[in-house]
Design a protein around this ligand. Sequence first.
Ligand SMILES: Cc1ncc(COP(=O)(O)O)c(C=O)c1O
Length: 441
Amino acid sequence: MALDRTTIPNDLSAFWMPFTANRNFKKDPRMIVGAKDMHYETSDGRQVLDGTAGLWCCNAGHGRPKIVEAIQGQAAQLDYAPAFQLGHPLAFELANRLRDMAPDPFEHVFFTNSGSESVDTALKIALAYQRAKGEGSRTRLIGRERGYHGVGFGGISVGGIVNNRKFFGTLLNGVDHLPHTHLPENAFSRGQPEHGAYLADDLERIVALHGADTIAAVIVEPMAGSTGVLLPPKGYLEKLREICTRHGILLIFDEVITAFGRLGSAFAADHFGVMPDLITTAKGLTSGVIPMGAVLATAEIHDAFMTGPEHMIELFHGYTYSGNPIASAAAIATLDTYREENLFQRAADMAPYWEEALHSLRGLPHVIDIRNMGLIGAIELEPIAGEPTKRAYQAFLNAYDKGLLIRTTADIIALSPPLIITKDEIDTLFSILADVLKSLD
Ligand SMILES: Cc1ncc(COP(=O)(O)O)c(C=O)c1O
């Protein structure tokens, strides 16, 4: 009889787990062994409602037949093709699909394997583009406090989460940060907060300090997810765009979370009606099934590289798995699933119900803020004095025991379910969460 690898206890010591309290976890492991549609199955046979689309990525839900079949078929047809100086049809097809889906100015797609790689790729393209245009003095990159742009050195340099930075040396040179957009006066906002557009003006201060001709690009998440759901105040992104354009600075939207329906449209750029110059994606591109990311570039940026002798490589950048055949097949099947099931519109239609259900938690113990946008929600808890993060972590454990997966950052609970969630499942989610909140110390 074949070994059942899904349930047999194993030695847990070898696997050094990412962003995990390893010792704590290994004393009392939480093992997932299956997933279908809106639910995970645990090794002790329980169903857990997925309130977070895995890690903000399984937008189409789990075990979706079209995606599974595409991966199986492609593995048998063409498992791998070298990514440099050779091509295979699916990567081109996928790039065309993304171009057709993206806002107008975005005509070219560079493939990566993760959000972190998409961010590093976009930063490198921005620097090389400025140089290609004869503006080689533009070498500075501007990020934002509390920003999350993955864990590569580029991403943690422009990112603004202290624990992701402080252990890792001096990071990239020449990086500065805008202030984050989270203001106490916006507590309990529904959708975009009223106050704070002026926070974008800080870019003028940074420009005055360093000189515009030293700045290559600004990178922000149009809606900051991983740091605990920080929403862009009304007018903020428009202002940022205007200041960047005026000073010849590229604007990069990190849409690793916001792309592919999370806000009810294909990209946050569409949702907010603000066009950046580069867009980074990953996660929902394959509904989290296979690692893949993509950077979308405007024709203007792409074409600046297409000079010089034609036998020369134009951009000295790429990954062994850029546009991997199986990942491309998974992504095409994912985009098909989004389209056939109209999932982006579904998310937009469900958002008001989601908002009402989420805000019904107002008034429960320890809740100091609730905010939402699209199919995203955050509940901020008052930290236990002297023990930050402990209360939210307790909520995560309690919820998991009660059959609900939530995500926590500091003392913020973040929710981002698959876009296939039903009203009944929304009710279940918030009823479990209400019980969890009432049970906290
Ligand atoms: C906005 C943003 N950028 C980049 C990343 C990094 O993506 P990955 O973990 O795939 O490297 C994330 C992950 O949550 C993200 O939210």
